[in-house]
Write a new protein. Structure first.
Length: 254
């Protein structure tokens, strides 16, 4: 016989209480979203937009390697070491930055992998060696990946999206002239700065990025499929429509 607060429980009641507690835990786990995520998809598929909303609504840590590099380029981020200066040259040409530089940037931010609500890796991994290195890093950190979300979008839509995309120069978000216009023409909703076109959204650079995607990143879809982690989401439509699909997929696959 044990007394808990004002209630006295015997062995049978304790077993029942434990069973109920276990059931409650399981149902909470089922209600939880898959939240340790890799986001895949061609440039312009909307990975960054979806990751931003996942962060805002669910507190999932958004780690974007492209954003880190753009901050460095704008002088808002890390000091420009020679490795980072060279990385920016690759980026301007629409080519992939060497794996070693990217892995260093991610390792420096491993706290994000431990975020209580999970993480969304946006633009990383982008090559098979990066994906294998991520698996090793997660293992070292005692973490597992819940899912790899592939945002699929036909090529003609990719081109449309990239040509209308504008960003806040102070890193306050991504807009689209038609699909996600700012409240005031060409101005950031949060800081009022004049929106700019990303340097690598120029048509000649977009071609190089698409080639890099086809050659180096598309193979990751098969890589994650083999591990039983791939979830494909249609990326057509408005950002909030894609977000609803994303959340449903993260729930449905529990
Ligand atoms: P998008 O997905 O729209 O092409 P990102 O913002 O993810 O753009 O990346 C912009 C650029 O930064 C890439 O074209 C590439 O040069 C560089 N980059 C970002 N992440 C990686 C990565 N994981 N590996 C290699 N290069 C990267």
């Amino acid at each position: 016989m044990v007394t808990v607060g004002a209630v006295t429980i015997d062995g049978v009641q304790r077993k029942r209480a434990n069973r109920l507690l276990l059931a409650a835990r399981r149902s909470r786990a089922r209600a939880r979203l898959l939240s340790r995520l890799v986001l895949l998809g061609p440039p312009g598929a909307g990975k960054g937009t979806q990751a931003e909303v996942l962060e805002r609504k669910f507190g999932i840590c958004h780690l974007s390697t492209g954003e880190i590099l753009r901050d460095v380029a704008a002088g808002n981020g890390l000091p420009q070491t020679s490795a980072l200066k060279s990385a920016l040259r690759y980026m301007r040409r629409g080519e992939l930055v060497p794996d070693a530089t990217i892995l260093e940037l991610v390792r420096e931010r491993r706290d994000c992998l431990h975020a209580h609500q999970g993480f969304a890796l946006d633009g990383f991994p982008r090559t098979l060696p990066q994906a294998r290195a991520l698996n090793r890093l997660l293992l070292q950190e005692g973490l597992t990946l819940d899912a790899a979300l592939e945002f699929s979008l036909p090529m003609e839509q990719v081109i449309k999206r990239l040509s209308g995309r504008r960003i806040c120069p102070n890193g306050h978000g991504v807009y689209h002239l038609k699909a996600r216009p700012p409240k005031v023409d060409e101005q950031c909703d949060r800081c009022g700065a004049k929106l700019v076109r990303r340097e690598d959204d120029r048509p000649e650079v977009v071609r190089a990025r698409m080639n890099a995607y086809e050659k180096s990143t598309r193979p990751l879809i098969a890589f994650y499929k083999e591990q039983g982690l791939l979830i494909t989401i249609k990326a057509q439509g408005k950002p909030n429509e894609v977000f609803t699909r994303t959340v449903n997929a993260l729930k449905r696959n529990l």
